[in-house]
Write a protein that binds this ligand. Sequence first.
Ligand code: ADP
Length: 625
Amino acid sequence: MSEEKRSFEAEVSKLLDIVVHSLYSNTEIFLRELISNASDSCDKLRYAALTDQKLLDDGGSEFSIHIAVDKENRTLTISDNGIGMNKDDLVENLGTIAKSGTSEFMSSLTGDSSKDVSLIGQFGVGFYSSFMVAEKVEVYARKAGENQGWLWVSDGRGSYTINETNDVGRGAKIILHLRKEGDEYLEAVRLKTVVTTYSDHVALPVILAAIPGEEGSEEETLNSASALWTRPKNEITEEQYIEFYHHVAHGYDEPWHTLHFRAEGAIEYTSLLYLPSNPPFDLFEPSRKSSVKLYVNRVFIADDLEGLLPPYLRFVKGVVDSPDLPLNVSREMLQDNPQLKKIQKGLVSKLLKELKERSKNAEEYNAFWSNFGSVLKEGLYEDFERRNEILELSRFRTSSGEEWRSLKDYVSSFKEGQDAIYYITGSDVAALKRSPQLEGYIAKGVEVILLTDPVDEFWVTSVGIYDKRPFRSASQSADDLDAIAKNKSDTASDEKKDNEETQTDIDALIVSMQKSLGEIVKEVRVSNRLTESAVCLVGEQGGMSLHLERMLKQHGQGDGLTKPRILEINPTHALIQKLAGQSDEIIGETAHLLLDQARIVEGESLPDPIAFAQRLSKAMERGLL
Ligand code: ADP
């Protein structure tokens, strides 16, 4: 067969360009990436062989990873006897970037190579890091169970070739033709250091072959080759835990929390779990897949098994290994296995308990919460049983300052007469704080929770209650605000309001405004919440929040129509007082202007911006002339 030449997918070329030209610090990570791929490939074959023993016929069932150095030809070879690849796999795996986050990856590159290099593993582009040290890479591969071998070759500049070859055993053999800068990787000492630093935990032996022409050089196993999670805690160093985290989580930050424990009793399992200190890029992918790896008696089963952890804990990384799960059933059957459900229950309990413990240190916990709070909150409506635990773990921004607050904090600062937990939803904390709907609450010193995560709309209506107190929207009817004790200093100024004459004028104003706005609003009414602004829009208590309505509209959901809202007016505002008593025409024009103004404050687009501009010009004209 003649050689086939193909171009890399555009994204790969771009990535390779960055790898070759910008990432020059920390070049040794390429070895970790290749060893990690080799180890994954052996895991995959071991799993596939559970149902098809024949796959092991040629190449054996003893898995290992070999490193060989050829100083004369300046090559470094990493080979494994794992699952291997056929032609399609090579094209798919080494010619494209399968993960959907590539463009995010490109945009998250900072130009700071030490930070960027850490992104490489996280985005699943580990193999390409070999071009940091190699000017040419050859991949010899043969897939388990197939006869034909393949050779993939590239210099990392835009294209690669694929050829048939018979010169390959089961698995993959990757030959790096080192650049001058890669010389250090021809030295046994250097290789040893890199492997023990980064790959000691790999559960297969990583064997360095005797280096030809080097006196006294002999074959040597470089790592301890036992699965890290099976070792006793006191024999594992902090560095080893961190390195394993890098391997298993593809994250190069340090774990925010490490949890290594063995459960014994009805069901036995060992788990080594990590909570990252940085959010992974795919945290909000629609699949919401868990990324904890499941092993059964050290045999890798799956790294995205549904049912191992609920989606709201998908930021947890690590491994779970249990001897009590059946080995040779399909993943689908395993997903529904009652034993697995027990493991899930145990893991969730343990994780929430650990979080509770860590929440005692507010500063540290807030860092976690900022990263993953919006994911954990999904549990508030998905895991009824854990709802209270998760509510206790939740932290909020509120109208009363910059601090994260717990619901316990919130309830402890209830005002006299307050019987509900007030919240408002929106997309931005700073804007919410200045929202006219909150004026009355803030004036009375009533704290309002500011909810800005999309998930908030869903849980807050479904949770309904915390510690016997209902959650109540502050952007809806505020009838109960009157029952809350005023701050003493406000009392005097409020008395001015109750002037009967003004009241009659205001009543007439409302009738006139209502007439001119017609069906566009549900109602015009006097507000008991506004202190600064002239008007604001509110919804009906229990109805859909304005923010949710907007979100649905943006996503083309809901009926796309804006429901008529209540327009509240502030009778103490100079503008409203002046407006009372004006002609119906002026009231009508101004009512439309005020409604549009309230819409703008809400961040909504105006249904008729031209009419708004014309009215505004007319009003300014009246004011100036
Ligand atoms: P990642 O390992 O994060 O998926 P890589 O770019 O390192 O990203 O590898 C891409 C894919 O190529 C892997 O997911 C795997 O399917 C395949 N691959 C890489 N190395 C090997 C190997 N030694 N044996 C079999 N498949 C491999």
